[in-house]
Write a new protein. Structure first.
Length: 320
């Protein structure tokens, strides 16, 4: 694997899931495979799970990992070509990225969308400049439109759960439902999840969201898209809960008249479904305590599995 930016870099998803679960069963099996190599993790935005799981994964591969929180600690970075830098930005990505590429063997980058300019965000303007100028393989720790390590984790977690608790159905029903939030969030996790389960092809995916919150169809074209949450929940085996802001009215929060906050009563419509969320979650806004603390929740295991997604991907990037 030369880079990891999206599902298009994963040629064999079942094989990747299988190998990730092998790493989980034997975390130190490849403890020398990264000897003498270094990964640099560059965060333009905050993180807990992505940062720490990537560090743990690199350590378990015998690789050195350095982390730089550009957004909090670094010089303010400029991404516009030809910019006259007489404002707040101090360092152009054209200057920074080649230096970072000289320090590390793999450059991992997290950047969020601005949610103001859809064209710029969906062109992956920032991530592509790191790819263009770093001169080393780039690993996405979440970009403007996708969160591929999260999505790989999600399909690993579904597979693992089905192996441990078979549901007696050939094709599980997986629902991705929009949930309320207090602020505008990116579409990345939802886009990426839809894209990964579509490419994986092992589940029936239904996406439920209020009118005005439809995702970009290029990510969701293999899913069934509905506007009624309860209709979607019926007989679901997995329910992935996530907020996202509008794609059509880009980055805004169109008014929602119905109550999209889940509860135990709505959950009873499901086929004893397992609950997924990428975290962090705003309790009792996005999801109630009764579900997060209840017997259906997979969220802690899902977050723990971030290590195995990172480990299998870094291992494959070290040994393409
Ligand atoms: N799910 C996820 O990416 O978590 P962090 O933002 O804490 O990395």
């Amino acid at each position: 694997m030369k880079q990891f930016l999206s599902v298009h870099d994963a040629t064999d998803i079942p094989g990747l899931i299988r190998e990730a679960l092998e790493h989980k069963a034997n975390p130190w099996k490849h403890k020398n495979s990264g000897n003498g190599k270094r990964i640099g993790c560059l965060f333009l935005n905050p993180s807990m799970r992505t940062r720490l799981s990537t560090q743990v994964a690199a350590q378990q591969l015998g690789m050195e990992c350095i982390v730089f929180n550009v957004g909090a600690e670094g010089w303010s970075m400029e991404f516009e070509d030809g910019a006259i830098m007489n404002g707040t930005t101090v360092e152009h990505v054209k200057d920074a990225a080649p230096i970072l590429g000289n320090y590390v063997d793999i450059l991992a980058v997290r950047t969020f969308p601005g949610l103001k300019d859809r064209e710029a965000d969906y062109s992956e303007h920032i991530m592509h400049q790191f790819i263009q100028y770093a001169g080393v393989p780039v690993l996405s720790l979440e970009s403007a439109t996708r969160h591929p390590l999260q999505s790989l984790t999600d399909v690993i977690t579904i597979t693992e759960e089905l192996q441990q608790h078979p549901i007696g159905k050939k094709r599980p029903k997986v629902v991705l439902t929009w949930a309320p939030h207090v602020k505008a969030l990116p579409q990345c996790v939802a886009n990426s999840f839809a894209e990964w389960v579509g490419a994986w092809g092992e589940v029936d995916c239904v996406i439920a969201q209020p009118p005005g919150y439809e995702l970009d169809a290029s990510f969701t074209h293999q899913a069934t898209v509905v506007h009624h949450q309860e209709e979607a929940l019926r007989d679901a085996d997995f329910v992935y809960v996530k907020n996202w802001s509008s794609f059509q009215h880009y980055g805004t929060l169109p008014e929602v008249k119905e109550n999209w906050l889940l509860n135990n009563e709505k959950w009873s419509l499901t086929h004893n479904a397992k609950l997924m969320h990428c975290l962090p979650v705003r309790r009792n806004v996005e999801l109630p305590d009764e579900l997060l603390d209840g017997p259906h929740s997979l969220v802690t295991r899902q977050a723990s599995n971030r290590v195995w997604a990172a480990q299998v991907v870094i291992h494959k990037m070290l040994h393409p």
